[in-house]
Design a protein around this ligand. Structure first.
Ligand SMILES: C[S@@+](CC[C@H](N)C(=O)[O-])C[C@H]1O[C@@H](n2cnc3c(N)ncnc32)[C@H](O)[C@@H]1O
Length: 186
């Protein structure tokens, strides 16, 4: 059984589709059916993020909004800003909001743009965050590590003193990349 053959489309914009299949949501991008997010990943996100998000939070990569919706109900989170480069992903998230439970009253600001362009803009206006979470990659490989290497110094400059930076860790990452990934966030 395959989600895009046997599931039902519940939100759609451009070449971005969200399928519902056996109770889970699947974010599928492009004709090649690239699977970018699954709602069941909430268990792993909860395990990794725990109660770390607090204050003014910044997230890179909206996807299905699983992480957004988790952060928005954490008691110590004051605001959430999410950077997303794909306008169709933002549109399907808006379509899905009616399906999600009430995500509370916290302000959620979604910035449409590539993180590479948005970070310098945030720096320019001296915007600061207490927590930054990277989740704009689908696996941790050499390219992802190079990309994070270039972004983390900028992230440190928009991080308030005492704040924290985290990145989604894919549990299937080979050890040679996993070690490098962890040292990036030290
Ligand atoms: C793995 S998904 C994020 C899953 C999400 N955290 C969730 O809870 O469903 C990655 C997302 O990052 C976005 N993305 C990829 N590269 C990006 C970039 N350079 N800047 C901003 N967003 C990016 C993709 O369009 C996709 O929506």
């Amino acid at each position: 059984m395959i989600y895009f053959e046997d599931g039902e489309i519940v939100a759609s914009s451009g070449d971005v589709n969200v399928y519902k299949y056996e109770g889970d949501l699947y974010l599928d991008i492009g004709p090649g059916h690239n699977l970018w997010a699954i709602s069941s990943e909430i268990k792993e996100y909860r395990h990794q993020l725990r109660k770390h998000p607090r204050g003014n939070c910044l997230e890179v990569g909206l996807g299905l909004g699983v992480v957004s919706n988790y952060m928005l109900i954490l008691p110590n989170v004051k605001s959430l800003t999410t950077i997303e480069k794909n306008k169709d992903v933002v549109e399907v998230y808006r379509q899905l909001l009616v399906l999600y439970e009430d995500p509370g009253n916290i302000h959620h600001d979604i910035i449409l743009g590539d993180v590479v362009d948005v970070f310098p803009r945030l720096l320019k206006v001296n915007k600061k965050f207490d927590f930054i979470f990277f989740d704009h990659y689908s696996l941790i490989d050499e390219d992802t590590l190079i990309n994070l290497h270039s972004l983390i110094p900028m992230a440190k400059r928009i991080l308030r003193d005492g704040g924290a930076i985290m990145g989604w860790f894919d549990p299937y990452t080979p050890s040679e990349f996993a070690n490098e990934f962890y040292t990036l966030f030290k």
